[in-house]
Design a protein around this ligand. Structure first.
Ligand SMILES: Cc1ncc(COP(=O)(O)O)c(C=O)c1O
Ligand SMILES: N[C@@H](CCCC[NH3+])C(=O)O
Length: 437
C-alpha cells in the first residue's frame, strides 16, 4: 500500500484519480507518457505558504520558481493565487508574458543574464532584477540608460552555507557560481555600485542555499546571515534593506523514507529567525520573500507510463520497460533521484515483486527506478509515478528524437490539455536540408 495515495484518490473502479479524473481515462484520452498535474494541490501549497506570512502579519511574496515547471497554464494558476514568479531566462519570461502574468510580480534571476534578456526584462517592466555579478551591474546600467528607465533590484549573495543535498543542486557554498561573495567584500562593493546608480532602486538582498533540503538549520543560518548583512549595510553604508529573499529549496517527500517538514513549516521557522535577528540588531522587520519551486510543483505532478517489454535474468531484479524515461525525467540519471510508482488501475494492490523501471532510451543509465515494488504487471498496464511535477517536464529533452509528452491539468474532475504532445513533425521542424555539392 502506498502511503502517498489518499483514500479519496481512488474511485469506485479502484483506479487512481488525479484532480478527480480517472488516471486510466487520462492515459486513454491523451496517451502516454503523460504528465498530469493535480491543480488543487498547486493551489493548496501556495495558499499554505501565504497563510504562514499572513498569520504573522509579515509583508511577503511567495515567488514561484518557475524553472521547476514553466508553462502558460502554470503562470496563470500562480497569478490566480496571487503569487509572484521568478524567471531565469528569456524563455521563461516570454512564457509568463504570454500568460499575461503581472510583470510587476516577476523577479529575474540568473548568473549570466544576457544584454538581450536584460533589455527584454526592462522593456516589459519586470518588477525585480536579482543582480548576480559585476558584469550584470554594468550591463543593466547601460540598458537602463539607453531607455532612460529605472528598475528595482536585489543583490544575490553567496551565504557560505553548504546545504546537505546533492552537490549538483547546492548553491549557497562559498565556491558557487551564483551571487556575490561575502568574505572578499564583493557584496559590499556591489551595494555601493548599485546605490551610486540613479537608475537602480536597491530593494534588498537574496540568498538561495540549494534545493531538496531537509534540514531546517541551513535555512535558519542563511536567514540569520542575511539579517547580519542588512545590519552591516545599515551601519557601514546607511542602507537598510526593505526585502529579505531567502530563496527556495524546501525538500519534499519522494519516497516513504523521506520525512521532510511541511514546506510551510520551513518558512515559519525562517520568519521567526528573521524576526529574532532583526530585533536583536535593532532593524525594521523587512518583507520576507520566498522562492519555492519544487514544493509547489513537485507533489502535484504525476507521470503516467505504459508498460511494454520485460527482461528477466535469474538472480537479478527484472527490468520492466516503460514508454518514457530519461527524456521526460532526467532526475534519476542525473541525481540518483528516487520516486515511487503505483499501478494506476489498482494503486493499493498487493506488491508481488520488486522491479527496475527502465525507460526506452539508448542509455544503460535510463532507469527511472532501481527498486520499485509492484504487483505483477503486463504489457499495456499503466503506471503512475508520483511527485514528478518539479524539474521533470521542465528538464525534458528530445534525446533519441523522442517527442516530449503532453501535459494535462486536472481539477474538480475536469482535465485540460495545457501542453500538447510533440509530434514527429515538431521534431524536425527546425531541421533544414543540406544540399551537397
Ligand atoms: C535562485 C533560486 N530560487 C529558487 C529555486 C527553487 O528551488 P526549489 O525548487 O528547490 O524550491 C532555485 C533552484 O534551486 C534557485 O536557484
Ligand atoms: N533541477 C534540480 C534542482 C535545481 C534547482 C535549480 N537551482 C532538481 O531536479 O532537483
Amino acid at each position: 500500500m502506498n502511503s502517498q495515495i489518499a483514500p479519496d484518490q481512488i474511485n469506485a473502479a479502484g483506479h487512481l484519480t488525479i484532480g478527480g479524473v480517472d488516471s486510466l481515462e487520462l492515459a486513454k484520452e491523451y496517451g502516454t507518457p503523460l504528465v498530469v498535474y493535480d491543480v488543487a494541490q498547486i493551489r493548496r501549497q501556495i495558499r499554505a505558504f501565504k497563510k504562514v506570512f499572513e498569520q504573522r502579519q509579515v509583508d511577503y511574496a511567495v515567488s514561484y520558481a518557475s524553472k521547476a515547471f514553466a508553462a502558460i497554464a502554470m503562470y496563470q494558476v500562480v497569478a490566480h493565487e496571487g503569487g509572484h514568479v521568478d524567471v531565469v531566462s528569456a524563455g521563461e519570461l516570454y512564457t509568463a508574458i504570454k500568460a499575461n502574468f503581472p510583470m510587476e510580480n516577476v523577479s529575474f534571476h540568473g548568473n549570466n543574464k544576457s544584454r538581450a534578456e536584460l533589455e527584454m526584462a526592462v522593456d516589459h517592466h519586470v518588477g525585480m532584477i536579482v543582480i548576480d555579478n559585476f558584469h550584470e551591474i554594468e550591463l543593466l546600467n547601460e540598458v537602463l540608460a539607453s531607455r532612460d528607465q529605472s528598475i528595482d533590484v536585489m543583490i544575490r549573495i553567496t551565504p557560505g552555507i553548504s546545504a546537505h543535498t546533492n552537490k549538483y543542486i547546492q548553491t549557497g557554498q562559498v565556491d558557487s557560481k551564483f551571487g556575490f561573495d561575502l568574505q572578499s567584500g564583493q557584496a559590499d562593493e556591489a551595494l555601493q555600485k548599485i546605490l551610486a546608480s540613479p537608475r537602480m532602486h536597491m530593494k534588498g538582498l537574496h540568498a538561495h542555499i540549494g534545493s531538496q533540503i531537509f534540514e531546517l538549520n541551513g535555512f535558519q543560518m542563511a536567514a540569520a546571515k542575511l539579517v547580519e548583512i542588512a545590519a552591516h549595510w545599515r551601519d557601514e553604508f546607511g542602507y537598510e534593506p526593505e526585502i529579505v529573499n531567502v530563496g527556495g529549496g524546501f525538500g519534499i517527500r519522494y519516497v516513504s523514507a523521506d520525512h521532510p517538514l511541511k514546506p510551510e513549516d520551513f518558512v515559519a521557522a525562517i520568519i521567526e529567525t528573521i524576526k529574532e535577528e532583526t530585533q536583536k540588531l535593532n532593524l525594521k522587520m523587512p518583507a520576507v520573500w520566498i522562492e519555492p519551486g519544487r514544493s509547489i510543483a513537485g507533489p502535484a505532478g504525476y507521470n503516467l507510463y505504459t508498460v511494454g517489454s520485460r527482461k528477466d535474468v535469474p538472480g537479478l531484479l527484472p527490468y520492466v520497460m516503460i514508454d518514457g524515461g530519461m527524456g521526460d525525467n532526467i532526475r534519476p540519471a542525473l541525481y540518483e533521484a528516487e520516486y515511487e510508482t503505483v499501478l494506476a488501475a489498482d494503486p493499493q494492490a498487493e506488491n508481488a515483486e520488486t522491479v527496475r523501471l527502465a525507460g526506452k532510451y539508448c542509455e544503460s543509465g535510463d532507469i527511472l527506478s532501481q527498486h520499485q515494488p509492484l504487483p505483477k504487471t503486463k504489457p499495456g498496464d499503466v503506471l503512475a509515478m508520483l511527485d514528478t511535477g518539479a524539474y521533470g517536464y521542465a528538464m525534458a529533452s528530445n534525446y533519441n528524437r523522442n517527442p516530449r509528452p503532453a501535459v494535462v491539468f486536472a481539477e474538480n474532475g475536469q482535465a485540460h490539455l495545457v501542453i500538447e504532445r510533440e509530434s514527429l513533425d515538431d521534431l524536425v521542424h527546425l531541421d533544414r536540408s543540406y544540399s551537397q555539392a
